[in-house]
Design a protein around this ligand. Sequence first.
Ligand code: ZN
Length: 272
Amino acid sequence: MKISVVLFFLFVNLFSSTFPKNAPFPGGVVVKEVESSVPPRAYLGKRQLMVLPSGKKERYLVIAGIGLNQKMDSPYTITLKEGEKKRTYSIRLQEKAYKKQFITLKDKRKVSPKKMDMQRINDESRRSREALARFSPQKFRSLSMIRPVDVNISDDFGKRRFFNNKPRRPHSGVDMAAPVGTPIVAPLAGRVVEIGEFFFNGNVIFIDHGLGLVSMYCHMHKFDVKKGQMLKQGEKVGEVGATGRVTGPHLHWGVSLNGAMVDPRLFFATVK
Ligand code: ZN
């Protein structure tokens, strides 16, 4: 009995030491400790948020993603539901300046798509949104992710991007440049919930890790998984490629929490 109690606290401590740090800026993650006598549910508007035990008695952590388009003067309010009781928390956000980046693409169609491309693009963005909006049971033991490709990050999250001098959406993930064929592994346990050959993202898969955490892998050369497949942390999902809107072979890796694309680095135990 005593040993199991010790092991329990050891497990909880290991677990809580790997949480993402509180990073309350656009593209970051809010980690808010709350008190509740029962496991609470938390919401941002209608979206359900991740809640995990904090390791302390009757305390929980609400872990919420902040969209890159979050305005400083717009409120960011978390609603906590504890049975019938409701509480709200206004989170004070910090500003973060992201760099600008200018990219030149030879394939002009990938900058200003043709009319005939639009149906496909709209359909693919609906499929992406649906995959990223999932809220399913927890599939991970700890939020500590490993690198999907064994290289350093070659291009940062959040850069304000211009393709052929035209402003486009900010960089909503990180890039990891590697030769075509380099293995990509699941950074965390999860389930493959969407696979496609997309106009911008190229060959792409989406992995649902549970509790609103979903990750995406773009521009892949080949897939080693099927839709619906369960994955362990570290399991190979495919290979780095150069499909879709790219200037060279790399993995574009995106991490979404409650539908907001956040900086994947926040989930590394050690940042490199
Ligand atoms: Zn990218």
